[in-house]
Design a protein around this ligand. Sequence first.
Ligand code: GLA
Length: 706
Amino acid sequence: MAVYVLEDKLFVLETENTSYSFCLDAQGFLSHLYFGKKIERKEDFFVPDKYSGTNYHPYRDAFMEEFSSFGMMRYKESALKVTFSDGTKDFRYRVSGYDLENNKLSLTLRDAYYPFEIMLCYEIFEENDIIKRFVRAVNRGEEDILLERLYSAELGIGERDMEIINFAGNWGAEFQMSADTLRAGKKIYESLRGTTGHSENPCFILHKGATEDRGDVYFGLLEYTGNFKVCAEAVSYGYTNMLIGISDTDFGVKLGSGECFETPAAYLGFTENGFSCMSHKLHDFCRRELMPETFADKPLRVLYNSWYATLFDVRCEEQKRLAEKAAGVGAELFVVDDGWFGKRNDDNSSLGDWYPDPEKFPGGLQELISYVNGLGMDFGIWIEPEMVNEKSRLYEEHPDWVYRFPNRDVLQCRNQYTLNLTKEEVVRYMIECLDRLLTDYHISYIKWDMNRPLGETGTCGENAACCEGDLAEQKEVWVKHIRNFYRVIKTVRERHPDVEFEACAGGGARVDLGAMRYFDEYWTSDNTDAFDRLEIQRGYSLLYPAKYMRAWVTDVPDALTGRSMPLSFRMHCAMCGALGIGNNLNRMDEAELDCLKKGVSDYKRIRHIVQFGKLYRLGELKKDELVGVQYVNGEESVLFVFLSRCRYGQREYRFRMKGLAENKLYKVEGRDGEVVKSGAFLMHYGLTLSMSGDYDSQMIEVREIS
Ligand code: GLA
């Protein structure tokens, strides 16, 4: 058992290495006591005395709380804001009971006057040192109740001046790590895009001078794909208060009689062993608990995607020639990206018309699929189900299906509109359309894209184009959209359980645990320049697993950056995740195709280490010319090293490995030949590598021999 309740008022949640504790305090509130390294003696936790400060202070803010609500003279950011039908705006609760079942605990907080309940839910994942939290709000009365904010988790950390890490990205520049010190006030990371977005991520990492290998790190992630908010507050009573959940900006849920609202889950963790350990715990947890079962324990196939080779100019014969070469270099899955449907010759038209363009596929799409299958590869296709172009049959037939305000022009982004997923008929259309595609054709992989953020999310339900409903209902659109997005993908997966789904949103705008629940991998970024990618992949890897990270080798000069790098460097960079190939194979010479083929075959040999191993980040591009990523899976390890710039004639570098057993012997094979060394030597002295020139790289395989 991992949850203990002492004297009905002290709650201690234990994982293998951490303790989490809170109590019912003398005033009847749930005070948060501790989260951190495991304290074996549970009896040491105690209910604090009454607040001993002066009565000039509204004292609630002085306590870390398990669940704070707006009002009651609390002035910090709180987890709940609710308005009752008579205008009362605070929540004065008493804990009416708790329920304990194996690794799950829930507590019911009931308002002293109004028939309104909050249920705080916890689940412990002992081996991964992760605690899941979510909240349920229930209206047990007759009158409507308006929920204006409900975070998934609140976490007090009894320290100040903590450093917080999130990301400050953009399209093509996802996962740029950003760090700030929380000295006073609030720091907010938020998405109002209706999806996670390229910029910030629904997560937090808090620490005080931690490194990859050492130091206390607290972390939290939200299982949600829509508007989110992470609020870190340096409360002036000497602690840091974290909140993570759905954003309360333009959020509102009207709870009618008997109705309930459940937040998405937040996952909280702690380690005293630095960022690598945090990543290991999270990567493993994701695979065990969140990834869809079909592929969670299987290595992902090497795919070829023809997007960068042909863009919108998709033609059956050319795709066949690409397919032959893709099969020749060892790809296992051939994917046709954007441009195969409707009259899609650029990004101005046809989203919504998901039937093959007869001019591009005179013999039908199945002709190409059969050809691809005949070459021994599976077939996959791109689709952007939530979107529609004005120039499309779908929009002509259903102009009322897009999000719009009644007296405004609809805003466009990449020339497209977003379908109003709060309408049942749109949900039905989307399910049928995907179902038909997967039933009519032998498709074994879908790249599900979403290339614009939501705009005018003001109308909902069956009320067609204009708003007739209650204004409070208008604010539910954001959450209803996501709920129905999950419904669509869940239904389609249930009907087609063997199909692999990739989540893409103009690159990495849907990298979150919400998408992970329903997709088998993410497209990390539209930026495939290997040098930029090293940084993007590094930031990504802090929280998300390599297995989930599709990474492609593409041509040079790179379309985005104009940079050229050797094929081996590009290949090694893409081999750090789930390998994909995006080159125009029809333009590559035999030597380049051979190099790709060798890379793919190397990758197939080591992919179980990359996709299922522990990932170690070695060096930092911003500081070091030479960086590496090492993966360790049991007795095997593989290391990729990248030299961005050769300077001052240096040709030898000593590189220390990680994650090996000190007293074991390892055979180390790379470009420089083969050596046998002890784990201690490789980790403390290091491996001497000869590297030279700009953009040199190596793959080194390490195998235990004793
Ligand atoms: C987005 C995706 C790309 C590609 C294009 C197609 O930008 O991120 O990988 O699929 O759309 O239009």
